[in-house]
Each structure stands twice: as C-alpha cells, then as structure tokens.
Design a protein around this ligand. Sequence first.
Ligand SMILES: Cc1cc2nc3c(=O)[nH]c(=O)nc-3n(C[C@H](O)[C@H](O)[C@H](O)COP(=O)(O)OP(=O)(O)OC[C@H]3O[C@@H](n4cnc5c(N)ncnc54)[C@H](O)[C@@H]3O)c2cc1C
Length: 461
Amino acid sequence: MDKRFPIQDQIEMLGAMLRGRVITPAQADYEALRLVALAQFDTRRPAAIVRVATPSDIATTLNFAQATDLPLAIRAGGHSTGGYGVADGALVIDLRDLSTIDIDTAARTVWAGAGCTAAEVTHAVEQRGLIVGFGDAGTVGIAGLSLGGGIGYLARKHGLTIDSLLAVEIVTASGDILIADNTNHADLFWAVRGGGGNFGVVTRFKYRLQPLPAFTGGPLVFPPVPEIIAAFVRLADQAPDELTAIAMVMPLPPAPFIPVEAEGKLAFVAMMAYAGDAEAAQKALAPFRALATPLADLVGPAPYSSLYMLDPPPEMRGMVAVRSRFTKDFGLDDARALVNAANACTAPMSMSQIRVLGGAHARVATDATAFAHRGSRFMVSFLAMYGGGPDEVAAQERWAGDAVAAVAPVSDGTYVNFLGDAEARGLASAYPAATLERLRRVKRRYDPENLFRLNTNITPA
Ligand SMILES: Cc1cc2nc3c(=O)[nH]c(=O)nc-3n(C[C@H](O)[C@H](O)[C@H](O)COP(=O)(O)OP(=O)(O)OC[C@H]3O[C@@H](n4cnc5c(N)ncnc54)[C@H](O)[C@@H]3O)c2cc1C
C-alpha cells in the first residue's frame, strides 16, 4: 500500500482488492455495523469495518493492517465482554459473512464458519439428531466462545466446546492459511483451545457431533432461599453426567408461566439440561423437584435449542458488567452470599449465577488444552444488565467485583471469556503460569510482532 495516499484513500483501495466489503464512516450502514452486543462500547468509532468474504480477504486485510499500522480488531459474534470487537481508529475484521455450515452426518462432524452464532449451528445440527455444546445464549458467536473454551449445557456430558473441536482453519499474521489439528500445527491447535484470538483469525471450526436422540430441559424455578440453593448445587454436583445445570438468582421477567405477583421479584432459576433418555431424565430430576415446591417447572422433553429461551430480546440491548470465578467448593455460606449479591444489585436485570462443572469437563487433562481450569467443580458469575452514564458503569462494575469477591473470596482462576474490560489482572487469573508460558511460546512462533493484540493479550515470549 502506498503510504503517500491519505489513510481513507488507502482503505478505499483495500476495498477494491477484496471479495467482501469495506464500510467506512462515509457509508450509510457504518453506524449500525460498528456496534457490538454490549452498549458500553457504543462510543467507539473504528476507521473501517471489513466484512470479509474469504480467507484470502483476511490475509489481504492483515497485510494491509501491518503496512498501515492501523490497530486491528477481530469480531465474530460481537459479544466480547471486554469490547474487543471494536476500537477507535481500528480496522475491524468482521467475520459475520463466513457463515457456512457443512454437516457430515455419517462422520458426525460439522465445519462451521466463524461468523455463525451458537443458535445457528445448534438449529442446523439438532435437526439431524446431533449436537455440539456451546454456551447458554444463542446469540453468542461460536468463534469467540470456542476460542476461550465454551462452557455450556453439555459440560458434564461432553465437556467444553473445545473438547469437541477437531480442527480449525486459521489465517496467521504472516497471511498463511493453515489447518491446525492434533497432527498439523498441534502447538497452534493446543493454543486456540482456550488462548483466545491471539494466534490468528480462525475462519472455520470443525466440531465432533454427538448423537442426541432425546433431550429434556428447561427452567425449574424456586424461591431464592440459600438452603434450597446449596442443596440444589450438592445434587447437581452428584448428578449423572447427562445432567448439567446453569442456575441463577435473578429477577423474574414477565412470562406466561410466572405468577404475576412473582414478576420482577428475585427467584432461583435453574436451567436444567438432561442429554439422554426421557425416562432416565425424570428419575434424575426427581430429587431436584423434591427440594421445595417450584414456583414454575417447565422442564420437559424439548429441542436442545429451547434452552436459549433466556436470550434477552434485541430491544433490551444494554451495558453489561460481568465477573466470574472458578471455585472448588460451594456451600451454604456461598449460597447466602449469592442471594445477598442479587439483592444488592440495582440494575434492572442481573444474574448471580452458579454453573456446576465436573463430569466430562473434569476428565480432560489440565495441559491438554490452553483452558486449564479442569479441577474446578463450579463457576460463579455475576452479570448486571443496565443503561445509563459513567456513574452507573462504575456502580455496576463495583457491584460485580464485590459480588464475586464475596461468593468466591479465594480465587481458583477466572474464565477468560467473562473478563470485563475493567479487570486489569485478567491474564494472570485466566491462565496458570505454566499455561501462560506455553501460550507465549506459541505466540512467538505464529505472531511474533503481536499483530493480534486487541484481546486478552498474550505477549510473545
Ligand atoms: C450474554 C452473554 C452470554 C454468554 N454466555 C456464555 C456461556 O454460556 N458460555 C461461555 O463459554 N461463554 C459465554 N459468554 C462469553 C462469550 O463466550 C464471549 O464473550 C465470547 O468472546 C463471545 O464470542 P463472540 O464471537 O460473540 O464475540 P466477539 O466480540 O466477536 O469476539 C471476541 C473476541 O474473540 C476473538 N475472536 C473472535 N472470533 C475470532 C476468530 N474467528 N479468530 C480469531 N479471534 C477471534 C477476538 O479477539 C474477539 O475480539 C457469554 C457472553 C455474553 C455477552
């Protein structure tokens, strides 16, 4: 690229070199396309958004970013809690148009484009009686989620999303388009399973699919009583691997199955997911139902994708403060702290959440992937969803920080995909020292100049 031309002209020239589109502030859809899922990043104005159409578009754009020294942001589903999918003055590589889904039913695998959301891939595979587990929200991108680990409703049955990952196609900083798997570029394949977007731009993910002939799931809603929560967590920890629960204390949204007098009040909403035979599901669920009289019980045979029912509608788009922590224990005092945290939150919507891990997630060796929290049986997370100015941002960030410190005072590590942009010590808590060192060596090999640095950044060794 000829540096004598003004940068906007150079960006226009980039557009002429691509199959995809370059969107600059001069274009009508720039204002809509610069936005990401979390509204606290709405003020950010990138130099351009590059809607790439092919891996070679990505290679060309990477080359351009290096030649022009423009900061580079990578965006897939746009749900980064650190806001890494958009930055002032940056070139944003937007992967949304890489959305092909190629299912090989006989081999039980799928190649899914990095622009797909969790719901899109789930809907496509479940029609064939197959499944791969993502997270609890259908709108989240498979790309960012997979690169951090992917903790969802099949964690106990089939492990994290990365435990079903067989290969990636990735464009590295040098513009090479590689397939990384257990035999080719195995170091890179290890690093992208938990190390985030530090090593290149993944264009496609190949997942192993599991048969899912029957599924039982949905919300089981209880009063937010610490004794019920602690007993629930104990049961979920001892349940068969088929059963994974993500449960939270949250204000009840209006819904046909919620008694009007309970609307807006706190409840313990346990999303139950049983991946297996319907009769065995009823047996496994019985002790949970016996804990107390549920305020609502919508757990029944359903498509797996029905679990995305708590996705906020687009009109509720707002700011999100988030903190998470892995823990080895969760008892009655922790349950009390969880309820206290929910009570203390002033945001219109919040989730004080406990995920019960163990099962297949725990059977993967700690050093098998760059996600190293296999020994943690639980993850607590706090999310406040709100609107307002800087004072409100500070208040909600403080709430989330205080909440996590009260429920899990001893840090057993943090989930890299739930690091907020306010968490300065994020990297050290997301990776144990040995994992981080190994990641830094892989980084040196594939991105020695740290081109991919707008992320939870792993610097080259
Ligand atoms: C409402 C909500 C619910 C969530 N629920 C869960 C959950 O249940 N389980 C869970 O595990 N996580 C969950 N998350 C966290 C989520 O996994 C991360 O926020 C993830 O980064 C989002 O991915 P994305 O593609 O949507 O985001 P993006 O903002 O597009 O991507 C995030 C970052 O990942 C990197 N990246 C993304 N795609 C690529 C790529 N193709 N190549 C290279 N780098 C890339 C980039 O650094 C990018 O900035 C949730 C987040 C939200 C906001």
